[in-house]
Design a protein around this ligand. Structure first.
Ligand SMILES: [Zn+2]
Length: 298
């Protein structure tokens, strides 16, 4: 299992703001990465930030953490110093919403799926970061659309997957789709069945719907990857993620039926064909087995 020091944490620390730890050394922000048209992404710590910037508009997808959101703003302001017109949250997890604390006051509107806000309140409205929570003020259930004149943006929810309130944001003209954490590219995913209402069968369905819904030549932005550089890809990565979740569920179901315990399944080794996946944090593989074991009734 490979993971770098800054990614070393135990699953017990999947607590507010602790999902992706502070880097232990001085770092330089990775910088803005242009993709297509006026759309790009920014990685530093936590879920990938997406952005759309023109002289008239600034739209941002996800907010990482307050400190990294500030670094993002310092950089995007070199392109446009206006307020953020819309900040989308793809889901409630702290490494995608904690930066709302910094970005919220400079955003005209924060938009999320209604269940993302419900889950954010449920998970973070008590505890050490309760007073730093900033919630979306516009929620949607039916697809939410924005027309800037030069770009059409829509946010859709295809049902429970990575969490109960996932949103997928499509910049139609640029043909770029921000998937939030529906794809963990080449790393073991967070499967938040305990508090996030994640559904493995639902996640598989959502990925299949996404492949059917978006153009075959769309460019996708993923929440996490091996090293923060490999956070974009095509439908091939969506299908590989679907195949992993399918293989994981089949593998654990078979072993559970055979009377195996979580420890025995973990010790037996990788999910067949997916030994290449990396651990972004120590215990990620065990977490995948455990979460799947728990979610299988029979
Ligand atoms: Zn997440």
């Amino acid at each position: 299992m490979n993971y770098t020091r800054r990614e070393f944490l135990t699953l017990a620390s999947l607590a507010p703001l602790a999902l992706w730890p502070r880097r232990s050394t001085v770092f330089l922000p990775e910088g803005l990465q242009s993709l297509r048209g006026d759309v790009g992404f920014y990685t530093e710590r936590g879920g990938t930030i997406g952005y759309y910037v023109t002289s008239d508009f600034l739209i941002v997808v996800d907010s990482q953490f307050p400190d990294t959101a500030e670094h993002f703003v310092q950089q995007i302001q070199s392109k446009n110093s206006r307020n953020i017109d819309i900040l989308f949250n793809t889901h409630h997890h702290g490494d995608h919403t904690a930066g709302n604390f910094f970005l919220g006051p400079m955003s005209d509107e924060i938009v999320a799926h209604k269940d993302a806000v419900r889950l954010q309140r449920k998970r973070y409205s008590t505890g050490e970061n309760a007073d730093k929570q900033v919630y979306a003020d516009t929620t949607f259930d039916e697809p939410f659309t924005v027309d800037t004149g030069s770009e059409q943006i829509n946010a859709r929810h295809f049902g429970p997957g990575h969490t109960g309130g996932d949103a997928i944001i499509h910049f139609e003209k640029a043909n770029v789709v921000h998937l939030g954490d529906l794809v963990f590219n080449n790393v073991y995913p967070v499967i938040d069945v305990d508090t996030g209402e994640a559904s493995i069968p639902g996640w598989i369905t959502v990925l299949e719907k996404a492949v059917k819904t978006y153009p075959s030549d769309a460019l996708f932005i993923f929440g996490h990857s091996v090293d923060d550089h490999d956070v974009t890809g095509s439908t091939a990565e969506l299908l590989r993620m679907r195949d992993y979740l399918t293989a994981l569920e089949e593998h654990v179901r078979k072993q559970k039926r055979a009377g195996k315990s979580v420890d025995e399944i973990v010790n037996a080794g990788f999910v067949p064909s997916f030994g290449h996946l990396k651990e972004r944090w120590k215990g990620a593989f065990r977490h995948n087995i455990e979460a799947t074991f728990k979610s299988i009734d029979e």
